[in-house]
Each structure stands twice: as structure tokens, then as C-alpha cells.
Design a binder for this molecule. Structure first.
Ligand code: ADA
Length: 614
């Protein structure tokens, strides 16, 4: 079990299984979190001067990992460029001989290269998905090893995200956990379970990726076991497979009558264990927490486990003044518990894959998840480039899906946010990426968030490719009045009557303590009262009984205020420069009045099945 800090251990004792990490490996694990040496490299000298080698002199300071240097070194808030981390580690003496050493990084922003003992062992171009490097050939067993990482948070021109990205801070550094893992030569590299509702009971398809490092084929026996949360065995299966060198994907399919489904109201979880044993008796196993769920669209509605579902959602960034993007587990837990208490059944992880622990929390608390790659307002010239699709979009989507697909809470994969979806280049991107997502994971919905819905402006032409229409709207903030939402939704529905619609963003800024007893109907008022009025009026229209046939929910922008390089000048309050103020809570998580107002409305909506009773 992977445990982060004392607090989680405590919580584990209190609520038992609800706090477990969702992936458990049988091998050995050495955490590499803690103090690392660190050095900025603004002139990009590190590579030529071999800062990855033990001989690299110069001044290195100590920074704690996970962390982001933009926050840990206050004068570097705006730093964009290269920086280096290094630390020593020793393989624990009691670890088995032979086998493989894997370095596992949960997130290094924005891009990274890794060396062990002076040898480059890999690189990773994406900030928000994890990566694993097989470092067996570089690691020494009974001496110190030097691990060095070059990071770079300079934004690239033709990439995802690209230079148009300014939606949140481009925090750099090793901002999520790092570990060294030992596994036998043949091991379970990934495990998930797809599920499908039958007339009675569920069909399920446990699937594993097995990795075999020898050159010859080996015979391996597989033992699959599914247990309920009390540890009772509800299903098992044995099988033999012959594995060649490299990766093999193995699936079994079966059906069960007596299992409970996963839903936000009853987030029932199961443990799936795959144990493998080779001819020589070497064993490995991987355990995941999983659940039985089905999300689908039929006509203009979304269905969860065969019943119409209405999303009561909120978006959330990974951001805090003290930690930047490197939130400690207790803060992730705090946020997701508050979001649940707000009456949400849905969370949009905006605008990038978040810490694996966030998905664990969503599984156990009962929050449906929207997970997205950071194609944030990406230029359509970039999105329309075949090379960008192959190098930045597909692999980033594949990493997100392969790393998070075992979570029963995940319902939506998003291919991006607010690019110019009225352009044919964007339509090509959306059709290609949504096809790709469906091929990889046919059990989830795929979409993107669109802002091309304003009357008289160029129209979205990408919606036909998406499983449902997701609309980011700010009527009464950036344009129009707070009363324009309903007519816009009706117009979109008229154009595409067979697609469900979800409002994927709506929000207004509120500066803490700013008051206006008579808030207006439009404009950037920034009072706490206007934020409440804006959100309530929008929800009146979105959840109106006459829109029930095509509306499947609303996702508020945003849970907490966050650092945003774009929020400066104009009507934006000076004392809140660089802070996006659309949170229901401040960056420090202090409630604004909107929190209570939304809580009351979401609880009413939960009771009425998503229909306004007012
Ligand atoms: C956009 C964007 C969000 C956020 C929001 C805002 O819709 O998708 O990331 O920046 O605007 O606050 O204006």
C-alpha cells in the first residue's frame, strides 16, 4: 500500500478501506520524496557541463520533493526555463536479487530528462501524467546511486499546451511523488476492469498488461481474484499463458449476478488481484480497487448504470499559495471532501490529469470524474498539425487513459478546452482524438469544452464528434446578461437535438469582502453578492424543468481561487492581481457566501433528481 504521510495512516485506521490507495504492488518500493539538491540553469549550461554527473560543482540548494521551485524559491515565481535536481539513493540491502528496477515519477513539469549514475535513462515530455523508467542497467546494488533530473518549464510553440496557454500558472519542478520500485523479471505492469450492465447482473473484463524481460518465452500461470470490500472472494479464475519478450495484454471476460454497482450515492468498491507465477516459481501481483459502472448516452440524455444522471459538478485546479501545484495529500482530501459536502456528484479536473490520489478519493467518496489533457485554448494551427497529433495529443491521451482507467469514478475523457471549435482544423483534431479515445477506452464518454455558442458569432462545428456537448459560458460576466443562458441552451439544442448538453463552466469573480447589496445583471462587478446572483440565475435556467429532456448537468467554475497569470489590469481588483477570483472558496480555502448558496441549491437538486423546484 502506498501511504503518504502520517495523516493518511491515521485516517486509514479510522475509515479503513475508504482511504486505501487504489494500486498495490507486491514488489518493493523506496520513496524518493524528501530533500533533493537543486539548481536553476537559466543559461542552459547544465547539459554541456554534465550537471547530471557526480562531479558537477557549483551552488546547489536543498529543495523538498514533491514541490515546485516557482513557489519554493519565492524570487523565481516567474521563472521559465531549465533547472536541475539531484539526490543519492541506495538499494535496500534486503531487496531480492535479479529482477527490474523501475523509477516511477507521478508528475514532473513541464518536461524532464533523467540520469542515473551519469547515464541518461529516459525523458518525458508531458507535465501532468506519470512515467516509469526501467533503470535496471544503470543502478548499482551495493553503492550509492546518483539520480539527476533536468526539468524545463518553458512553454513550447508547437505542442500541447502551446504558447496560447495562460490559464493557470506554469509551475515547474518535480511536483508529485517519486519512488524506486523493484519487480521480478516478469511482472504485471497495468491492470483495469471494464464493466457492462446485463439484463440481470454485470459483464466484466479484467485486463492486464504483462511485461517479460527475458529473451525466451516463458509459461506463466495467472490467478485472478475479485473481492468485495470486506475481503470476501466473489469471483476467481486461473489460466496459463505463454509470454514472449516484451508486453502482452491478457483479458478474461465473465459475468456476475450478485455485485453492487458504483455510483456517487453508493460508491461500492471491489479489489481485483492478479497474481502471476512463472516456471521457476517467481511471483508478482498487482491489486487495484475497481467497481461496476456504465456511463452512456441515449438520445439527448446521459445514463449512469441505466438511469438518467444529472451532473452537479465543480471544476478544481491543483493550486495553493503555499504549495503551488504540489498539493500535499491532506489538501487533496480536504478539497474533495468539501466538494462532496457541497452536494456535488461530479468533479472536472481542470485542465489536466491530477495527482493519482485525487482519483482514489473520487472513487471512495463517490464523485464522477472528468479528466482532460491540457489543450487549453491551443491554437488551431497547432491542433491541425499531424505531427502535433502524433507527438503531443495521442500519447498524452494514452498516458492519461492507461494510468487512470482503472478508477470506477472516471466517466469522461476530454480532449481539450476552448480552442477555436468553429474552425475546420479543430474539427479534424476533435474527430481524430475522440476516435482515438473511443478505440482505447470504449466504456467512457469523450468530449471537449466549447466556448463557441454566442449568438451572432462563428458556430461550433466540432460537437457532432463528441458524445455530449460541453459548453463553457460566462453570460453576464464577459458578455451578455445573466439571463441569456436559457435561450442559448435552447438554440444549441435546436441545432443538435440528439446530443445531451452539459454546461462545463460558468462562474463569476468575487473579491473576498467586496460587497454590493444591489448587484447588476451583467458586467465584472466582483462583489460576493453578484457571484451568488450569477450562479443562482444560471442554475435557474440550466436546471429548468422545460430543459430536462436535454440538459445533463452543470459544472461550476471553480472550487477555489487560483494563481492565473492572466488576471491583471482592467477592472480586475489590484490587490488580487494574478488571482482568478471565481472560486467558491479563496486560495486558502476560506468560504465565500457562494459556497453556502450553491450547497443549498445542489442539495435541493440532489433531492429532485436535477430539476429546479423553484
Ligand atoms: C475559461 C477557461 C478557464 C478559466 C475561465 C475564466 O473559460 O476555460 O480555464 O480561465 O475561462 O476564469 O475566465
Amino acid at each position: 500500500m502506498l501511504i503518504h504521510g502520517k495523516w493518511l495512516l491515521l485516517a486509514l485506521l479510522v475509515v479503513g478501506m475508504a482511504c486505501q490507495r487504489s494500486v498495490e504492488v507486491k514488489g518493493r518500493k523506496l520513496s524518493l520524496d524528501g530533500p533533493w539538491q537543486f539548481r536553476f540553469d537559466p543559461q542552459d549550461r547544465g547539459l554541456a557541463e554534465a550537471w547530471y554527473s557526480g562531479a558537477a560543482g557549483g551552488t546547489w540548494r536543498t529543495l523538498s520533493v514533491p514541490g515546485t521551485y516557482n513557489v519554493q524559491v519565492p524570487e523565481s515565481l516567474w521563472y521559465q526555463g531549465k533547472a536541475w535536481y539531484r539526490r543519492k539513493f541506495r538499494v535496500p540491502a534486503n531487496w531480492p536479487t535479479g529482477g527490474r528496477f523501475l523509477l516511477r515519477f507521478n508528475g514532473v513539469a513541464l518536461r524532464s530528462r533523467v540520469w542515473v549514475n551519469g547515464k541518461q535513462v529516459g525523458e518525458h515530455p508531458f507535465a501532468y501524467t506519470g512515467f516509469e523508467l526501467d533503470v535496471t542497467d544503470a543502478v548499482q546494488r551495493s553503492a550509492d546511486n546518483l539520480l539527476a533530473v533536468q526539468v524545463d518549464n518553458k512553454i513550447l510553440d508547437r505542442a500541447i499546451p502551446d504558447k496560447k496557454w495562460h490559464g493557470w500558472w506554469d509551475y515547474g519542478g518535480i511536483f508529485r511523488s517519486v519512488a524506486l520500485e523493484w519487480r521480478p523479471d516478469t511482472y504485471v505492469a497495468n491492470l483495469w476492469m471494464d464493466t457492462r450492465m446485463l439484463k440481470s447482473g454485470w459483464e466484466f473484463t479484467p485486463t492486464a498488461v504483462l511485461r517479460q524481460h527475458g529473451t525466451d518465452s516463458v509459461d506463466v500461470s495467472l490467478s485472478w481474484v475479485l473481492r468485495d470490500s470486506e475481503g470476501n472472494r466473489v469471483w476467481e479464475k486461473q489460466q496459463g499463458v505463454r509470454l514472449g519478450a516484451g508486453e502482452t495484454t491478457v483479458s478474461v471476460r465473465d459475468a456476475l449476478n450478485q455485485v453492487k454497482s458504483w455510483s456517487p450515492e453508493h460508491p461500492t468498491l471491489y479489489n481485483l488481484v492478479l497474481r502471476i507465477r512463472d516456471e521457476l516459481g517467481n511471483e508478482d501481483s498487482l491489486t487495484i480497487r475497481t467497481g461496476f459502472r456504465q456511463i452512456e448516452t441515449r438520445g439527448s440524455k446521459i445514463y449512469l448504470n441505466g438511469e438518467p444522471v444529472v451532473f452537479r459538478g465543480i471544476s478544481r485546479h491543483e493550486d495553493h499559495p503555499e504549495y503551488g501545484s504540489a498539493l500535499p495529500p491532506e489538501l487533496h482530501r480536504h478539497d474533495l471532501e468539501e466538494i462532496k459536502a457541497l452536494g456535488c456528484n461530479f468533479i472536472r479536473l481542470a485542465h489536466y490529469p491530477q495527482d493519482p490520489y485525487v482519483y482514489d478519493l473520487a472513487d471512495s467518496l463517490g464523485l464522477m470524474v472528468w479528466s482532460e489533457i491540457p489543450a487549453w485554448q491551443t491554437s488551431v494551427d497547432v491542433l491541425g498539425d499531424k505531427e502535433v497529433l502524433e507527438k503531443w495529443a495521442k500519447p498524452q491521451l494514452a498516458e492519461m487513459i492507461n494510468q487512470m482507467r482503472h478508477h470506477p469514478s472516471v466517466m469522461v475523457w476530454s480532449v481539450g478546452n476552448e480552442f477555436d471549435s468553429s474552425s475546420p482544423k479543430a474539427a479534424w483534431y476533435v474527430s481524430q482524438t475522440i476516435d482515438f479515445v473511443h478505440q482505447l477506452d470504449p466504456t467512457r464518454l469523450a468530449t471537449f469544452a466549447s466556448d463557441r455558442h454566442r449568438p451572432g458569432k462563428p458556430k461550433d462545428i466540432c460537437w457532432p464528434y463528441a458524445d455530449f456537448i460541453a459548453i463553457n459560458e460566462y453570460y453576464g460576466w464577459y458578455y451578455g446578461t445573466i439571463h441569456d443562458v436559457g435561450p442559448m441552451l435552447d438554440a444549441v439544442h435546436k441545432r443538435l437535438p440528439d446530443k445531451p448538453i452539459v454546461v462545463s463552466e460558468f462562474g463569476a469573480g468575487a473579491a473576498p469582502g467586496k460587497h454590493n447589496p444591489n448587484p447588476p445583471e451583467s458586467g465584472k462587478d466582483y462583489s460576493e453578492e453578484y457571484q451568488v446572483k450569477f450562479l443562482m440565475t444560471h442554475m435557474d435556467q440550466i436546471f429548468a424543468p422545460e430543459r430536462q429532456d436535454f440538459m445533463s448537468g452543470a459544472i461550476i467554475w471553480v472550487y477555489a481561487d487560483f494563481a492565473d497569470p492572466h488576471r491583471v489590469g482592467g477592472p480586475h481588483p489590484k490587490e488580487w492581481s494574478y488571482v482568478n477570483l471565481k472560486g467558491l472558496v479563496t486560495r486558502e480555502r476560506k468560504h465565500k457566501p457562494s459556497f453556502k448558496a450553491v450547497q443549498q441549491r445542489f442539495h435541493e437538486l440532489a433531492k429532485s433528481g436535477g430539476k429546479n423546484l423553484r
